[in-house]
Write a protein that binds this ligand. Structure first.
Ligand code: UT7
Length: 327
């Protein structure tokens, strides 16, 4: 099997900031509640007139530049997202068109809740490993602000918009994807969903009136399982890589809640300085959360060649998984 490494990362956050105090002026919430329950201080929101795909395009261009590659070098595009540009044809073709990829390069979307980027990275890596692609651009892009109910304080305060990307290439060196673990638990599918707008319940005037096109979450039901799921996948991916928890230099958990991140670190016995946290300024950006945090880690020079990085996520479905890399 061909070995695969990340050659470059990129990310994009829309310029409009929405602080907890801004939200407290609009609804019955407070900076204190949001900060202590979630760790979030502010989030970025895509402006009403902005085109969502432009976030993914900006992140992808930055990742390509970091990898020293251009759009013509992209052999495969995988886009992880929960809320596509359009139900048909999704988001990937919009990104392929805007990026001006080689005209016959394959592209597709992956839907795996907030674990979408981890799934997409594993898939892109596997496709290169078996010789189905020579390079892959993997993007996580999300504009959930357009699907939250701004009257529902229990969910709307949690999410933010953004995009992140990574370029995967074959390698003969020691850096690269070392181990993967992907899992699902469909007993939890009702905990996080958008009920109407799909084929099961197409959008009608009534579904819109009832607000069924909004994202609904029973956050409490996901809180504890999230820790168990990410811990299980991380242990399994490490074992497949022939490594142990002591070998991890950085863990980048999906940024859903600082308390979940802290509980995961405690469960795995990882010291806080090895855990990447950026939820304070980005909130939960779903599929974009891990590539944004990875890009911040790479661009600030904190991750050094040879270090072991664990990317772990959970989300709607429930889908969860971990990818272990050597940087
Ligand atoms: O990305 C993957 C998906 N995301 C997740 O899986 C998130 C997982 N869950 C969580 O992060 C947490 O469960 C939440 C942050 C969603 C909620 O935290 P919690 O500690 O589980 O709070 P809670 O739902 O038990 O609510 C506690 C109280 C309730 O009031 P009562 O019933 O105790 O009087 C809520 O009405 O807090 C109230 N509340 C709020 N108060 C102020 C809920 N939202 C807010 C708010 N501001 N924004």
């Amino acid at each position: 099997m061909i070995k695969v490494r990340i050659a470059g990362t990129g990310s994009y956050l829309p310029p409009t900031r929405l602080t907890n105090d801004d939200l407290a002026r609009r609804m019955d919430t407070s900076d204190e509640w949001i900060r202590t329950r979630t760790g979030i201080r502010e989030r970025r929101i895509l402006d009403a007139g902005a085109v969502p795909a432009e976030m993914g395009v900006a992140a992808a261009r930055a990742a390509l530049a970091a990898a020293g590659k251009g759009p013509a070098d992209v052999d495969l595009l995988i886009v992880a997202t929960n809320v596509p540009e359009e139900i048909i044809p999704g988001t990937a073709p919009y990104l392929a068109a805007a990026l001006k990829l080689a005209k016959d390069a394959p592209f597709f979307d992956v839907t795996a809740g907030c674990a979408g980027f981890v799934y997409a990275l594993a898939l892109g890596g596997a496709m290169i490993a078996v010789g189905l692609a020579k390079s892959a651009l993997v993007v996580g892009t999300e504009a959930l602000s357009r699907f939250v109910d701004w009257e529902d304080r229990s969910t709307c305060v949690l999410f933010g918009d953004g995009a992140g990307a990574a370029v995967l290439v074959p390698t003969e060196g020691t850096a690269g994807i070392l181990g993967v673990s992907l899992h699902g638990d469909p007993t939890k599918l009702s905990l996080l969903r958008i009920e109407a707008g799909g084929v099961r319940r197409p959008a009608t005037v009534d579904t819109v009136r009832e607000g069924l096109h909004f994202l609904r979450m029973e956050g409490e039901g996901l809180f504890r399982p999230a820790v168990t799921m990410m811990a299980r996948a991380t242990r399994e991916a490490l074992a497949r890589a022939g490594l142990t928890l002591q070998d991890i230099d950085w863990v980048i958990p999906h940024q859903a809640n600082l308390r979940i991140v802290d509980a995961l670190a405690k469960r795995l016995g990882l010291p806080p300085e090895r855990v990447v946290v950026n939820i304070d300024h980005v909130a939960n950006t779903s599929t974009a959360s891990i590539p944004i945090a990875l890009d911040e880690l790479a661009r600030t020079g904190r991750v050094e060649p040879g270090q072991v990085v664990a990317l772990t996520a959970f989300g709607a479905g429930a889908c969860y998984g971990t990818v272990i890399l050597r940087w």
